[in-house]
Design a protein around this ligand. Structure first.
Ligand SMILES: [Mg+2]
Ligand SMILES: [Zn+2]
Length: 225
């Protein structure tokens, strides 16, 4: 498709990074409250923000996920992260791997350090949708991205995710878009339970290698359309 812009939207936990640090990302269960509680606890154990940063540098990214990010960016795609984690966590990890510059936007819950040196998380927005966690409705985010792009001409979406919170945004995708659910995880199961609701094409992947090869194939296909 000549002139189409390809937008690649990545979830973060269990998509860009292999695992979720589960206690950091508690899905659908008052994430902000639990996060703040945990930060207070770390603070009471004299753990500093610097120490938490160091700890995050050990989070692994699959080498093929890293090369997928670099090559899709070099092919002219617009890369974004949409995650229910938080900006401190995501930016620390991306920066550590030198990947920050490949993403045009990271849409997630903001963080600030309070007067006592404790990290505080704030909801990205207040959503009233019952499919998503209350602090971030990725469906709404996708709608906003779609609206901002429709003024600029043709675009195609590729959405990669694993979780329940990734289901609603994939239903917002159109014919010609693609969703890449991680195989065996909640998003893939939700999509399989009622495939007719999905307008986009679905392609499962299980590891960084598959993520990279499927992504590159899709881009080649879209550019040829
Ligand atoms: Mg995830
Ligand atoms: Zn929602």
């Amino acid at each position: 498709m000549v002139g189409a812009k390809i937008v690649i939207v990545f979830d973060f936990g269990r998509t860009l990074i292999a695992e979720d640090n589960d206690r950091w990302v508690v899905e659908n269960m008052g994430l902000t409250h639990l996060f703040n509680q945990m930060m207070e606890e770390l603070h009471s154990e004299n753990k500093t923000v610097e120490q938490i940063t160091e700890c995050l540098k050990d989070v692994l990214l699959h080498p093929h996920t890293i090369s997928a990010i670099q090559s899709t960016h070099d092919l002219g795609c617009d890369l974004k992260v949409v995650s229910d984690a938080n900006e401190f966590y995501i930016e620390t990890i991306l920066k550590h791997h030198g990947l920050e510059r490949y993403f045009s936007k990271v849409i997630t819950n903001p963080i600030s350090v309070d007067g006592e040196g404790i990290l505080r998380i704030f909801p990205y927005h207040m959503a009233s949708c019952n499919l998503c966690p209350p602090n971030l409705c990725k469906g709404l985010v996708i709608e906003q991205i779609q609206a901002s792009l429709s003024e600029k001409g043709k675009s195609r979406f590729i959405y990669l995710g694993d979780g329940r919170g990734d289901y609603f945004p994939t239903l917002k995708l159109n014919k010609g878009d693609h969703v890449m659910p991680r195989k065996g995880f909640p998003l893939s199961n939700h999509l399989l339970s009622d495939p007719n609701l999905l307008k986009a094409d679905s392609h499962e992947w299980s590891n960084g290698q598959e993520l990279e090869s499927i992504l590159l194939q899709l881009i080649e296909k879209i550019y040829k359309e």
